[in-house]
Design a protein around this ligand. Structure first.
Ligand code: GRF
Length: 192
């Protein structure tokens, strides 16, 4: 990917499914002077995603897409190309993108996952970490490939799992780290 800081900002789309705290954090980050991205589109697979309210707050275009429908996905691809989107950040996005979609944006889709990949791919990561009495957990930003949560790792942050941790406390502590890690990973991908 091009080295862009100082020249122009990379036109970015964020894909969400739920609460959107990572989206909010990336919107805030994108408005910083030295941020390498500008967010041009927010995509959700569900109109119920709470995070969609940030599209209104930050005046960013939003699209709700039925990813089970190939034609709808193809229309989204066209929109992304028309909008000159050069980076897609998945942020709590719960759908699996088609192989065709991933191929079209090869090397330009990032995801954040709440575990120390390659451990605990998929769902219920915090539960699995606690059941296995792991000493550490954390979060990972990685490139998206056609294999779930398996693309090249960009950055990771490790935290200690405390004896009194519950799924909820772990989720909360890791989310705080996610909000720090995602912007750093974006800078790493675009600027270095
Ligand atoms: C985050 O923990 C993210 O890593 C995971 O889903 C959660 C989404 O949180 N994939 P939010 O919607 O960004 O608040």
């Amino acid at each position: 990917m091009k080295k862009l800081i100082g020249l122009y900002k990379t036109r970015t789309a964020i894909f969400i499914s739920g609460k959107g705290s990572n989206l909010k954090n990336l919107l805030y980050f994108s408005l910083k002077k030295n941020s390498p991205i500008c967010i041009k589109l927010i995509v959700s697979n569900s109109k119920k995603a709470k995070g969609l309210r940030y599209a209104v707050d930050y005046k960013v275009r939003k699209k709700i897409i039925n990813f089970n429908n190939t034609q709808a996905e193809n229309r989204l691809l066209k929109l992304l190309i028309n909008e000159k989107i050069n980076l897609i950040c998945l942020a709590g996005f719960m759908k699996i993108l088609s192989k065709n979609f991933i191929k079209k944006f090869k090397g330009k889709i990032l995801n954040i996952h709440p575990s120390l990949l390659p451990k605990y791919k998929g769902l219920n990561t915090h539960q699995k970490v606690l059941i296995n009495n792991e000493k550490y957990s954390g979060c990972t930003v990685h490139f998206v490939t056609t294999r779930l949560d398996s693309g090249k790792i960009i950055l990771q942050k490790k935290i200690v799992v405390k004896k009194k941790d519950t799924e909820n406390s772990l989720k909360k502590r890791i989310l705080i780290q996610e909000h720090k890690l995602y912007p750093k990973a974006i800078i790493k991908v675009l600027a270095y």
